[in-house]
Design a protein around this ligand. Structure first.
Ligand SMILES: Cc1cc2nc3c(=O)[nH]c(=O)nc-3n(C[C@H](O)[C@H](O)[C@H](O)COP(=O)(O)O)c2cc1C
Length: 360
């Protein structure tokens, strides 16, 4: 269709002053990230990044991919004596548990719902092993970079907390969202009852060879007012772009989100008093600039594309075929996508914090 010899892949970087570039494929020797613009003098050692990375690992629950990766991160550059030096920070994570054999069967077939069709149409060649660059393996590099972003924003009092809000139609509404409750749940869901129901639902989907979608909510606490660069780099615009860039994310809502369409102005507006706002339908952002309230974001995740159920597709020559995916796959991107969302939001906040500091 459009594939031309020599088409290259751009779009591997995000950020203006705090800039993250990721590289690598699922079954290559390694994946990694380069973080540019990180201020000098920040305490960071591999273990700080490792702790964050361990939350994204496959194989943590029965419904996650059985691929067992150590996900051991190494810092190759940009730090000295446990502190950032202001130079590019290069991070590497080796791919050790690679089993490309399972992908031989689908090397000439496009999996419905995955990037096989579009990568092939665009580049005319695709690394079919484990999804190549379209694999969620790449998100480990984002999480590693996000851990560094976290070190930039946390001294300013900012905290990014993400959790599972819904999975396979089980939706929770929790008044108290704490890191401890989220950490105690295999589903990264602060509601213990819902956690059990979600696990059962995932197991049911796994047995039937199918997959499930869900919703992740991300809350930013302690964000100062004034971050965001109108008009094209509004905070909400940059957050939406960063989160939509994660595989399987099909929607991003801020504050009342799509709900505003059914509200009147008097319902949607957040009244302002001398002591602060009376509500937060705006989700902590007005005109692309943070208000100082919590930033509230929700992300809609589609069900995993690679399923065992038989589906219709075509091969690279356009012939109709049926496909049932074997390989090692998750049943839902939840809960593994939760730390990835935190990472992307932290990266955007770190970038905007540095941009604001550059102005004043
Ligand atoms: C944490 C995480 C884990 C994922 N695991 C899988 C998986 O095991 N199998 C799969 O087919 N897709 C998986 N995906 C989704 C694919 O990466 C994604 O659907 C694919 O790249 C196509 O992109 P799109 O869904 O954004 O259109 C995962 C995504 C994330 C964020």
């Amino acid at each position: 269709m459009y594939a031309k010899k020599g088409v290259s892949m751009s779009g591997n970087s995000i950020g203006v002053l705090f800039k993250v570039t990721t590289w690598g494929e699922s079954h290559g020797p390694a994946i990694g990230a380069v973080v540019e613009g990180c201020p000098a003098g920040i305490d960071i050692v591999e273990d700080d990044i490792q702790k964050v990375l361990d939350r994204r690992k496959p194989g943590m629950i029965a419904s996650s991919s059985p691929r067992k990766e150590e996900d051991a991160v190494r810092i190759l550059s940009g730090t000295f004596l446990g502190k950032t030096t202001g130079t590019p920070i290069s991070l590497i994570i080796e791919n050790k548990n690679v089993d490309s054999g399972a992908y031989e069967d689908i090397k000439d077939i496009f999996r419905p719902g995955h990037g096989d069709f579009t990568y092939f149409k665009k580049y005319g060649i695709r690394d079919y092993r484990g999804g190549g660059r379209a694999s969620a393996r790449e998100t480990a590099a984002r999480v590693a970079a996000g851990a560094i972003a976290g070190k930039v924003i946390s001294p300013e009092g900012m905290e990014v907390v993400a959790y599972t809000k819904a999975l396979g139609g089980i939706v929770i509404s929790c008044d108290r969202i704490s890191r401890e409750d989220i950490a105690a749940s295999h589903m990264m869901c602060p509601d213990p009852e819902a956690t059990g129901a979600m696990e059962a639902k995932l197991e049911e989907a796994r047995r039937s060879g199918d997959s499930l979608g869900g919703i992740v909510e991300i809350i930013v606490r302690g964000c100062p007012p004034g971050l965001g660069e109108p008009v094209f780099d509004k905070m909400d615009a940059d957050l939406a772009k960063a989160l939509m860039g994660i595989g399987a994310v099909k929607g991003v809502e801020i504050g009342a989100g799509f709900g505003v369409a059914e509200m009147t102005g008097s319902q949607a507006n957040d009244p302002i008093t001398p002591t602060g706002f009376l509500s937060n339908h705006a989700g902590g952002i007005l005109a692309g600039i943070t208000t100082g309230q919590d930033i509230i974001i929700r992300v809609a995740c589609k069900p995993i594309a690679s399923i065992a159920k038989v589906q219709k597709t075509i091969d690279v020559h356009g012939n109709p075929v049926e496909v049932s995916i074997k390989g090692r796959h998750d049943v839902a991107v939840i809960p593994r996508i939760v730390p990835v969302c935190e990472a992307m939001v932290s990266i955007v906040l770190a970038d905007h914090l540095l941009r604001q500091k550059a102005i004043i």
